[in-house]
Design a protein around this ligand. Structure first.
Ligand code: FES
Length: 104
């Protein structure tokens, strides 16, 4: 399955997703600049991405912890999600996300 990621310079990367990996793990495995400081524990908000509108409704609903952690994110938008909370599945083949600005 593909995960299509636009980096902060606007460059588009087509990554190979792996079943049951999170989008964060796929992005980090490709050495794109995503801090993901807590390692996927939904405790840092440094894996923040913007999800393309066409994909937003296809994602599983946010858990309360993700909603609360996004309060600590930078430049949070309607389509903001924590990429560690997006598990890659066949249904998400072709998912498009954009890396959010880094927190300082
Ligand atoms: S990696 Fe820390 S919240 Fe996602």
């Amino acid at each position: 399955m593909k995960l299509i990621v636009t980096d902060r310079e606007g460059q588009v990367h087509t990554l190979e997703g792996r079943e049951d990996w999170s989008a964060m793990e796929v992005i980090r495995d490709a050495n794109l600049p995503l801090a993901a400081e807590c390692g996927g524990a939904c405790a840092c908000a440094t894996c923040h991405v913007y999800v393309d509108d066409e994909w937003l409704a296809k994602l599983p609903e946010q858990q309360q912890q993700e909603i609360e952690m996004l309060d600590f994110g930078v430049a949070v938008q309607e389509n903001s999600r924590l990429s560690c909370q997006i598990k890659m599945t066949d249904e998400l083949d072709g998912l498009k996300v954009t890396l959010a600005p880094e927190s300082l």
